[in-house]
Design a protein. Structure first.
Length: 258
């Protein structure tokens, strides 16, 4: 079955322009696919070049300008800013921003150096603020917008061996709530979508062993394994006019784990 075939239809998303960070694989790719299925025009950045090219070829095989992509390391703010400006120049102002990019690299807190701290925050924390700063002027010109920041239940359930990831992801709710009032005056909404343990290819390969399966069984209220499309469903709702009065909130999609 086509993974977007069961999605609800949101007519308000047809023709909207959407920007996604880290959209080439995993949850990001599911979000890109879901918006394209709604008739939106999607731009994304990602470092995973082969996966990103394959995704664009799948979604826009006839080069109909449905998907715009740029290889970009979000740790390089100059490169990220240029990608954002180029996408706007080519496509126009974006009404939706999905701050998805992140990397839950494991590390020992005792071994963290100042340089490693800065590098992890440059991936998991800093890009969200600067993409907002870059795209909000366009949302103001449009007269509306929706920003969706991807959080994590990892820090809320006291996940171990990634303290810097936990620190960065815990700040997502602060970013959302700290900017909601300022953005709301221009009818720009900002929310957090917090996934549980999503069964992406990477998560299955690295962590879904016998112990991991037991953790899922023990901690989730629902028996089914979370898929990336489950996260995309909530993102679509918040981007659409169906979520028109939702802002400054956290929406968890974790099968009841947290």
């Amino acid at each position: 079955m086509n993974e977007t075939s069961g999605l609800a239809s949101y007519p308000s998303l047809a023709g909207q322009r959407v920007f996604v960070t880290g959209g080439g694989s995993g949850i990001g790719a599911a979000i890109v696919k879901a918006f394209v299925a709604q008739g939106a025009q999607v731009a994304f950045v990602d470092l995973a070049q082969s996966e990103s090219r394959a995704l664009v070829a799948q979604l826009d095989p006839h080069n109909e300008n449905r998907v715009w992509w740029r290889a970009c390391d979000v740790r390089d703010l100059d490169a990220l800013g240029k990608a954002l400006r180029d996408a706007q120049a080519q496509l126009g102002d974006f009404s939706v921003l999905v701050n998805n990019v992140a990397h839950d690299e494991r590390h020992r807190w005792e071994a963290v150096t100042p340089e490693y701290w800065e590098e992890r925050m440059a991936v998991n924390q800093r890009p969200a603020f600067f993409t907002i700063q870059a795209l909000v002027p366009g949302m103001r010109r449009l007269g509306f917008g929706s920003i969706i920041n991807l959080g994590s239940t990892g820090w809320q359930t006291k996940g171990s061996n990634y303290p810097l990831y936990a620190i960065a992801k815990s700040s997502v709710n602060g970013l959302t709530r700290g900017m909601a009032a300022n953005l709301g005056a221009d009818r720009i909404r900002i929310n957090t979508v917090t996934p549980g343990w999503v069964m992406t290819e990477r998560q299955i390969k690295l962590w879904l062993d016998t112990q991991g399966k037991e953790e899922l069984k023990r901690n989730q209220c629902l028996p089914d394994r979370l898929q990336a499309t489950d996260i995309a469903r909530m993102v679509l709702f918040l981007a659409s006019t169906d979520g028109a009065m939702c802002t400054a909130q956290e929406f968890k999609v974790d099968a009841g784990w947290s």
